[in-house]
Structures are given as structure tokens and as C-alpha cells.
Design a protein around this ligand. Structure first.
Ligand code: ZN
Length: 270
């Protein structure tokens, strides 16, 4: 029997799926993830909201690394996992897809109903007023203000970050909001920051309307994603997960598929 036969049966048996995706979906697109097979940090945990908002030096370091990381992140393309999940939606089998990823790759694969739980890295917003800008334009501005930085060598890191260890982040120029002088921040939910309430409610309503939950490529270590699985299990809804390694919800799962996401979902594209 093929390893994914139980997953085929799970999907066939539940025609209205609530799908929750995480970093494991995007690793095949060349975007690294944060956690190892045990769900522990592989690297230094990401910058917190409090540090970003509280310290100018942290913001300079963040944007300098991000300027370099965007070269790669901004060019990422959807992979087989994104295409397989788009196929499920096209077949009318998805109640909603909720992603913890900030890369917009589900939408690039043609997925229509997506909640970006943690926001999108391709938008920049002001924390003091309603000013917003596409990241591509902000990238050009950062590049103009910081000549030479964007070509520095660095290894790609998760969420459009790069392992850049420049000695002089203090020389890096981050422009203030052109409308109010406020702090500019990527439109993503940082660690230590709450997911906007309406986003959580929209996702929770879809979970309640669905007849099962499918987790794809997430260790569910972050509560913002775990809460949907926890609520589904409490409501008696079946939960399946495709993930290499441990997830926080392992005791709640009806089916666990420990395979790379694209391989486990390939049957949807056959
Ligand atoms: Zn502003």
C-alpha cells in the first residue's frame, strides 16, 4: 500500500476541510524553516515585537538583514505543496486555508480563500498612521539610502531574514514614515505580538464550519496556529497532519503522515 493511502482516505472522507499550513510548505521553495524535527529552535529565535518597537538599533539590524534576505525571499516561487492545495480548493473541497507563512506563496499558486494569520512580508506599514507601501518599493528606498549593502554576502534565514553579521549596523539608514515620521514595520505579526482579532475569528468560524482539519508543514509550536487544532479536537473533529517530525498536537491527531509535504500531497496533482 502506498504510504499516503490513509491521507487519501482522510481527504475523501471529509469534503469540507480546514487547512492550516506552516513553514514546512515553503522549504521546497527555498525558504528555510525555524525548527528542527523535535520542534526546537534551529537558530536564534526571531526578533520580538517589543525589541523591534523599543530599540532603533534593533530596527536597523532587522532592516539591514532583511534588505539582503529579500533578494532571495522576494523571488521564491510556489512548489508542489502549494499547487496541490490549490487543486483541493479548485475542486471545492476547502472551507478555508489558513497559513502561518508570510510569503504569499499560496496566493501565487492561485489559492483564492487564504487567511494570512501572521500577515505578509510583501507589505510595509506605519505603526503610527494608515500609511502602507509594497515591500518592493520600500526595498528600492532602502537600497538607495544604503548603497552597497544589498550585495553583501549572507546565508538565507527564515522569514526573509539573512545571516548578515555586519560590524556597523549603526551606519544603516532606516527611513521614518513619510506621512507622520512614525516607525515602519513589515506587515507581519512578530513574536510577542498578537494576531489581529478579526483574523482569528474568521479562521475559527471556518474551522467550526469544516468537518475536519488538515495541518500541512507545521510543528504547531506557536499558539496562534495550535489553538485551531486544539479547538477542533475539543469539538470532536478529526485532525490529520503532514509534518516531518514532532508537532505540539501529536496527542490530538487522528492521522499523522511523516513525509515531506510535496511528496505526501503529490496524489492530488496526479
Ligand atoms: Zn505614519
Amino acid at each position: 500500500m502506498h504510504a499516503t493511502a490513509p491521507l487519501t482516505r482522510f481527504i475523501d472522507a471529509h469534503p469540507r476541510l480546514f487547512v492550516l499550513t506552516g513553514a514546512g510548505c515553503s522549504t521546497d521553495s527555498g525558504i528555510p524553516d525555524y525548527r528542527d524535527a523535535e520542534g526546537a529552535w534551529k537558530r536564534t529565535p526571531p526578533v520580538t515585537y517589543q525589541a523591534f518597537m523599543g530599540e532603533e538599533r534593533t530596527r536597523r539590524r532587522y532592516w539591514a538583514r532583511s534588505l539582503v534576505g529579500w533578494r532571495h525571499f522576494g523571488k521564491a516561487r510556489p512548489n508542489g505543496t502549494h499547487h496541490a492545495l490549490q487543486r483541493l480548493e479548485a475542486q471545492g473541497r476547502l472551507e478555508l486555508l489558513v497559513t502561518q507563512n508570510v510569503d504569499g506563496l499560496h496566493q501565487r499558486a492561485g489559492q483564492r480563500q487564504v487567511v494570512d494569520l501572521h500577515g505578509r512580508l510583501d507589505q510595509v506599514r506605519c505603526m503610527g498612521c494608515a500609511w502602507r507601501q509594497p515591500r518592493e518599493a520600500f526595498q528600492q528606498e532602502l537600497d538607495r539610502l544604503n548603497p552597497g549593502w544589498s550585495t553583501l554576502a549572507a546565508r538565507e534565514a527564515p522569514d526573509g531574514d539573512a545571516d548578515l553579521d555586519a560590524p556597523h549596523f549603526d551606519d544603516f539608514v532606516v527611513p521614518p514614515c513619510p506621512a507622520c515620521g512614525g516607525v515602519l514595520k513589515p506587515d507581519v505579526v512578530f513574536f510577542g505580538e498578537n494576531v489581529p482579532r478579526e483574523r482569528v475569528m474568521q479562521a475559527m468560524q471556518a474551522m467550526e464550519a469544516a468537518d475536519a482539519v488538515l495541518v500541512v508543514g507545521s510543528s504547531l509550536m506557536v499558539f496562534s496556529g495550535y489553538r485551531f487544532v486544539h479547538a477542533a479536537a475539543r469539538a470532536g473533529k478529526p485532525v490529520a497532519a503532514v509534518n516531518l517530525g514532532r508537532t505540539r498536537a501529536d496527542p490530538l491527531l487522528d492521522l499523522k503522515v511523516e513525509q515531506p509535504c510535496a511528496e505526501a500531497l503529490a496524489f492530488l496533482l496526479a
